[in-house]
Design a protein around this ligand. Structure first.
Ligand SMILES: Nc1ncnc2c1ncn2[C@@H]1O[C@H](COP(=O)(O)OP(=O)(O)OP(=O)(O)O)[C@@H](O)[C@H]1O
Ligand SMILES: [Mg+2]
Length: 583
């Protein structure tokens, strides 16, 4: 007698069920996806006791002919593919013919279905054993009822959570479907009470509005970007809103709701430097790419996909989101940047063609342009740059420094305050990122090289960041031990204290282990920018304020510093007038 035997199909179904059906929400997911595959326009979902007692999904889809129903309940019975080659680019949610038999093997299951012109059929299945089909009268469509899930698998039953928690999972599954299928009418109820009624709509934004309220949806930013064959679309949270409400994350790939940690990280990377550390953005995104670039058959519950070229997909998503954030910017609300540039300060003057104002200290080099790569800072170079900087045709309003910390100006819509440190930090950050990426640093040779003695931790931080620091313009000789000789430094502004900046930078990089070049660039640029930026409390000359203003205006995200805080505060005339009781 052989010791190997083939398992009866009922046992095989139960084993398959272990993978496909984990909890009530997985049943909901499989059933509603079948409904969509059947061309339904209306889906009604009713749960009792979080789905533990029963789950019923009804649709107005194609229905099934009597002869097909037993096949639908058989393992590998599917109408969606015929051969392995059909798997590539499969457009339906289902393709394996596993869901119905798996669910039916671990529950008290009933399916009622009818096609347009055929009669109706009902089949009941109890723990995988089917009763004979019955003829019934019903409208076109299908109703599946799954009662007593896992009644015959006590081990599984034990793992079900509270009704509340299972219900929440089911709501998530329905929400995911609602977002991929905005044109579907969906009704969801729990213990006889309506929980969600979603009318058909034409956009994801409207759908989000119907689920979480118009205000929530309005505050999201559109993403729509094509990078080669990859199209990223959807909505993401404004940086200023991140962390202020429940985090919601939704991703679909070619219309299929999936989880993907890599894409999640790519979205977060797009926010880097615009939100404070530790908070994560909400997003609702669909990534569409050619079907042979993605394998959908890699996860038992079809909750994940595999990309042929993951890196390119992640970069495309990151770029798409970053672009979307770049176009918005709270600064745009008062016409700072963007397509509808309407910068028209109330009290403005055209920048004179040449102007050199002298600050209190050393030669008043412009704050935000820098000398040519590696060159000594010569007066003529500085002169040329100031000239170039002030020749820009953009109108710069009259600027005032307040408390040696803020730059104030009047705008047609109100009063605007810029925090000089945060603003300069943003300018330097973007400049440093460009420098790190292009490798063309703008360094100034020091007349007297600096000598720095470091502790072991700082020396270690220096060694692991040396290459990047040099790219930034710090030309440093290390003498094996913990002594550094610094020959050149970047030149962010005339009062720049290179020694202090370098020390503080090394100090905050101590013990820092960042993986990946882009992340290192961002980390270092943000750290050096923070340490090198002009501080609050420093007096700025007119030309310094003007060049800071112009440089900030030219950044991609002027309204946020590198920690995600605001660089700009806007007080509208409306608000001012209300305060004075004029309105
Ligand atoms: N709501 C429905 N309306 C019409 N036909 C349905 C419905 N649900 C299932 N079917 C039919 O039953 C078949 C089996 O469904 P099942 O979910 O088991 O497999 P599948 O959807 O083909 O693949 P997968 O296991 O990947 O979901 C389907 O291929 C489809 O023809
Ligand atoms: Mg299916």
């Amino acid at each position: 007698m052989p010791i190997i035997s083939i398992l009866p199909s009922s046992v095989a179904d139960q084993i398959a069920a272990g993978e496909v059906v984990e909890r009530p929400s997985s049943v909901v997911k499989e059933l509603v996806e079948n409904s969509v595959d059947a061309g339904a326009t209306i889906i009604d979902i009713a749960l009792e006791d979080g789905g533990r007692k029963s789950i019923r999904v009804s649709d107005d889809g194609s229905g099934m002919a009597a002869e097909d129903v037993p096949l639908a309940l058989a393992r590998h019975g599917t109408s969606k593919i015929r051969s392995a080659s059909d798997l590539v680019g499969v457009a339906t949610f289902g393709f394996r013919g596993e869901a119905l038999p798996a669910i039916a093997s671990v529950s008290q299951f009933e399916i009622e279905t009818a096609t347009e012109d055929g009669g109706g059929t009902r089949i009941r299945v109890s723990g995988g054993r089917a009763f004979p089909p019955e003829q019934i009268a019903r409208q076109r469509g299908t109703t599946v009822t799954v009662a007593q899930l896992f009644y015959n698998l006590p081990a599984r039953l034990k793992f079900l959570r509270s009704a509340r928690s299972e219900w929440r999972g089911a709501v998530e599954a329905v929400t995911a479907l609602a977002l991929t299928q905005p044109s579907l009418r969906i009704h969801l109820s729990h213990d006889g009470r309506t929980a969600l009624t979603l009318p058909p709509v034409s956009s994801v934004r409207s759908r989000l509005g119907a689920i979480w309220g118009g205000r929530y949806a309005e505050d999201l930013v559109d993403v729509d970007d094509v990078a080669g064959p990859i199209h990223t679309s959807g909505l993401v949270q404004r940086p200023s809103d991140v962390g202020t409400s429940t985090r919601r994350v939704f991703l679909s790939v070619n219309g299929r709701a999936v989880r993907d940690a890599g894409i999640g990280r790519a979205v977060e990377a797009a926010y880097r430097s615009t939100i404070v550390a530790g908070v994560r953005p909400s997003f609702f995104l669909d990534v569409t790419l050619s079907s042979d670039a993605v394998d959908v058959n890699v996860h038992p519950a079809k909750a994940e996909v595999r990309f042929r070229d993951r890196w390119t997909v992640e970069r495309a998503v990151e770029t798409a989101v970053r672009r979307a954030l770049g176009t918005l910017d709270s600064a745009q609300s008062f016409g700072w940047r963007g397509s509808n540039f309407t910068f028209a300060p109330a009290a403005s003057y055209e920048a004179p063609s040449t102007e050199i104002l002298h600050g209190t200290a050393a030669p008043d080099a412009p704050l935000f342009t820098s000398s040519s790569p590696g060159a000594d800072l010569q007066p003529t170079a500085a002169y040329a740059e100031v000239e170039a900087a002030t020749r820009t045709p953009e109108i710069i309003p009259a600027l005032f420094q307040l408390r040696r910390t803020y730059i104030a100006f009047e705008h047609e819509q109100g009063l605007v305050l810029i925090d000089q440190h945060s603003a300069h930090e943003r300018v330097l950050y973007e400049q440093f990122i460009r420098t790190l990426e292009s490798g063309s640093s703008t360094a100034q040779r020091l007349l007297l090289p600096l000598t720095l003695h470091l502790g072991p931790a700082e020396a270690d931080a220096f060694e692991s960041n040396r290459e990047y620091l040099e790219r930034l313009g710090f030309e440093i000789e290390g003498f094996g031990g913990h002594t550094l000789i610094v020959n050149t430094v970047p030149m962010p502004h005339p009062r720049f204290d290179a020694e202090r900046c370098l020390r503080e930078t090394l100090d905050s990089l101590t013990g820092d282990r960042v993986a990946g070049t882009a992340a290192r660039h961002e980390r270092l640029a943000a750290t050096v920018a923070c340490k090198a930026a002009i501080k609050g409390g420093e007096e700025l000359s007119q030309s310094e304020m003007r060049s800071l203003f112009a440089a900030l205006r030219d950044t991609t995200l002027p309204a946020h510093d590198v920690h995600g805080r605001s660089t700009i505060v806007h007080l509208t005339w409306d608000e001012v007038e209300r305060r004075f009781g004029r309105r």
